[in-house]
Design a binder for this molecule. Structure first.
Ligand code: CA
Length: 236
């Protein structure tokens, strides 16, 4: 059965919430809302939404802290940060703390709906607790991926990845030694048909992924950079 996806809107400006709710519901999503950060975090825990639209400047607890708290609890729900500022630091900080994407206000509703669709998990929720020895396929070195449970293991230990990090890793690993430009990756992994300045998102996600899967992120063994061309998953 095709169940309705739920989007949690965490935003303190009521007129923005209203327009988001209207447009998301028209696209077939279920919505729930929170008007401050604390309530947003509680609703994220209680409602287990399929995606969170998260404003940065919120009463009680800001959006970055909400996202950070969720990630620390191991919640990998897709998060799109809504930032009012054009500031690069805001965007990068959002990605650094584990958000999947950001949209700068004022945003076009068409773009927002496209990004919600692209970020929502299309596959079934990850099954709990699969063991590395079960069905995980070795990828390279001590790295293995279980595509049934959406889990990645290093040396038999589960690595906690966001959905986007997981998708980037499995995409690159499924095309070993093939170099993809950042624009290629935006299209293939982020499902964006348009790119602009957002290729920076790819760099930040690669860096975060390296910090999680590489022994020494400064001299990576798995995800390598081909200068001026892009990234690739190296297999000897
Ligand atoms: Ca706000």
């Amino acid at each position: 059965m095709d169940y309705q996806k739920t989007v949690l809107i965490v935003e303190d400006e009521k007129n923005i919430v209203d327009i988001l709710r209207f447009n998301l519901q028209r696209e077939g999503y279920q919505t729930c809302e929170a008007y401050d950060g604390t309530d947003g975090l509680e609703k994220a825990r209680a409602r287990r939404p399929d995606l969170i639209l998260l404003d940065v400047m919120l009463p009680q607890m800001n959006g970055f802290d909400v996202c950070r708290a969720l990630r620390q609890e191991g919640d990998n729900v897709p998060v799109i940060i809504l930032t009012a500022r054009e500031e690069e630091t805001d965007k990068v900080l959002g990605l650094e703390i584990g958000a999947d994407d950001y949209i700068t206000k004022p945003f076009s509703m068409r773009e927002l709906i496209a990004r919600v669709g692209a970020n929502i998990r299309r596959t079934a929720m990850a099954a709990p607790a699969a063991s590395a020895s079960d069905t995980a396929m070795p990828v390279a070195g001590d790295l293995s991926i279980n595509t049934d449970s959406h889990q990645v293991f290093r040396g038999g230990k589960v690595i906690d990845l966001t959905q986007r990090e997981y998708e980037l890793l499995t995409f690159l690993a499924s095309h070993p030694n093939k170099v993809f430009s950042r624009v290629d990756l935006m299209e293939q992994v982020w499902n964006y048909g348009y790119v602009g300045d957002d290729v920076r998102t790819v760099d930040v996600t690669v860096r975060r992924l390296r910090e999680k899967i590489e022994n020494d992120p400064a001299t990576p063994l798995y995800i390598l950079t081909r200068r001026g061309a892009g990234y690739y998953f190296a297999v000897p």
